[in-house]
Design a binder for this molecule. Sequence first.
Ligand code: BG6
Ligand code: MG
Length: 218
Amino acid sequence: MDIKAFIFDLDGVITDTAEFHFQAWKRLADEEGVPFDRADNNQLRGVSRRESLNRLLKGRPIDEPTAEVWLERKNTYYRDYLRTITPDYVLPGVRRFLDEAQRIGLKLGIGSASKNAREVLERLDMIDRFGAIGDGYVVTNTKPAPDLFVWVAGRLGVTVSEAVVFEDAEAGVAAALHGGFHVVGLGPADVSRAHVALPDLADVRVTDLLAALRQAKV
Ligand code: BG6
Ligand code: MG
C-alpha cells in the first residue's frame, strides 16, 4: 500500500458546517410544515442541494419553480450561518493532522459536494493548504458517484489506490468505495462501510491511521 494523498470531504470532516446545513434545512422545513429531524438530516450529508430537498420531502410532490425558490431560501439561510465562521471552526485535531500529513510528504485535496466550499475554506483560512479543491461545480455526477474524488485524485496526480478519502457521509463513503479509494469514515452517521471508522480526527496520528488501513485492507 503506497499512499501518496489524502482527500478530505469538507462539511462534517474539516469543519462542523454539517450542523449549519441541518439548521438551514430545519428552518425551511419548519416554515413549510415538513417534518424533519437530526436522524433525517444524516441522510442529507454529502448529497447535493437538490438531492437533499428530494430526501427531505420523502416523496411529497413539489413543482420545479417552487423547488428552485426553496433551494434558494435554504442557501440564503445557510450562507447567513457561514458569515459566523472563523478559523476557530476547524474541528479539533484537524490542523495538526494536516500538518503531520504534509510533513511526511502526502498531498492534500478537498472533495466536497458543496457550491459554498471555497468560501468556507477561505473563512477557515485554509484555502491554500490543498493542492486540489473539488467542489459542487466540478463534476455533474454527485456522490455516491465516484466522479468528484476521481477528479481530485487526477488533479493531485495520484491514482485512486494511492489516495485515502475522509468522509462523514454514507453517500461519500459509497462514492469513495466505488472509486476504489481507501476510505476513512468519521462522525455520527453510518460510515461502517469505510475501511476504518473513527468518531473524529482529534487524537489520530497519521502513521497510526496508515497502519490501521494497511491492516483493514488488501
Ligand atoms: C455537502 C453537504 O458537503 O454539500 C450537504 O454535506 C450539502 O449537506 C452539499 O447539501 C451541497 O452544499 P451546498 O453548499 O452547495 O448547498
Ligand atoms: Mg460531509
